[in-house]
Write a protein that binds this ligand. Structure first.
Ligand SMILES: C[S@@+](CC[C@H](N)C(=O)[O-])C[C@H]1O[C@@H](n2cnc3c(N)ncnc32)[C@H](O)[C@@H]1O
Length: 282
């Protein structure tokens, strides 16, 4: 393993590069993080310094090194039914309200439910929502369901698309009954069943870039990602999210996050112990 240290100048230029390509702000003191996450790449490519690795990435026309750096630097921490309360909120408040509002009396027209998980990581968030829907009797047969998951990380999107999890990942947040019901053993891992897999679509997307061709959503989850961004970027992203949300739509953010310093487009609503956001004039 390499013991190469990042110099102060290299850290400055590397963190600027990472900010430009992902919006992830590596503040002073995070040198260890850069070294821990990028030293395997440094070794593999035979680079003698972090400056050399940066140059290689900047001149890599195929952008493979850029994507590898994003995969290494982004924190993909997630688990099934993370924080529990957002899923209870969806089950007991948001989805029943939405179904009520979207139900049509026209025979043959299915009510629509469109949900976007921005920065969904490896898919646990979207699949937890799919399980919640099925357990409420909200099936693709009766509803027009769009569950859309995006993330900047190629590796995270690939795993979400395969729906393949190791035994540690399925042990986090997933009750044994749900594991048995919705997964099939696949070698030493577990694969999500087609019934759930087919309810979701995944796509690579960088929240720093313009949001194009996404369509409109009834519910947006943007959880545990804004913490990595600057206030200015957070403000711009919330404005972009607002444009994708129906006027009566719902925004869910992470349990430890707040919109207070970032946007005043939304107001918080409380249901039991959970908070969600809607546009001001709801
Ligand atoms: C900590 S995970 C949160 C996953 C999930 N939302 C949850 O709460 O469990 C943060 C995710 O944000 C993604 N991410 C970081 N920067 C991003 C960006 N600029 N655009 C889109 N996704 C980004 C990372 O790749 C990572 O998968």
């Amino acid at each position: 393993m390499s013991k190469i240290k990042v110099t102060p100048e290299e850290f400055k230029s590397f963190s600027k590069y990472i900010l430009d390509i992902s919006g992830i702000a590596l503040t002073a003191g995070k040198e260890y993080l850069l070294e821990t996450r990028l030293s395997p790449m440094l070794n593999r490519l035979g680079c003698k310094s972090y400056g050399e690795l940066l140059k290689k990435a900047q001149f890599d026309s195929k952008k493979e090194l850029k994507n590898e750096i994003i995969d290494a630097i982004s924190t993909n921490e997630t688990y099934f039914f993370r924080d529990k309360s957002p899923f209870q909120l969806l089950q007991h408040k948001i989805l029943p309200d939405l179904i009520d509002k979207r139900s049509t009396r026209t025979p043959g027209i299915k009510p629509s439910i469109r949900l976007w998980s921005a920065a969904n990581s490896t898919g646990q968030e979207i699949y937890s929502i799919a399980m919640t829907l099925l357990e409420m009797g909200v099936t693709p047969q009766a509803y027009n369901i769009r569950l859309f998951g995006t993330d900047i990380s190629d590796a995270a999107i690939a795993q979400a698309s395969y729906g393949l999890y190791n035994k540690f990942e399925v042990a986090r947040g997933l009750e044994p009954a749900r594991l048995a019901k919705y997964f099939t053993p696949h070698e030493d891992r577990y694969r999500i069943k087609d019934e759930i897999r087919s309810m979701a679509q995944f796509k690579k997307m960088n929240l720093m870039e313009p949001f194009t061709g996404l369509g409109k959503f009834d519910i947006v989850l943007c959880r545990n990602v804004m913490i990595y961004f600057t206030t200015e970027d957070r403000r711009r992203i919330y404005e972009n999210i607002a444009k994708t949300l129906e006027p009566d739509g719902y925004l869910l953010i992470g349990a430890t996050e707040s919109l207070v310093n970032d946007t005043d487009l939304f107001v918080s609503q409380k249901y039991l112990n959970s908070v969600f956001y809607q546009f001001k004039n709801q």
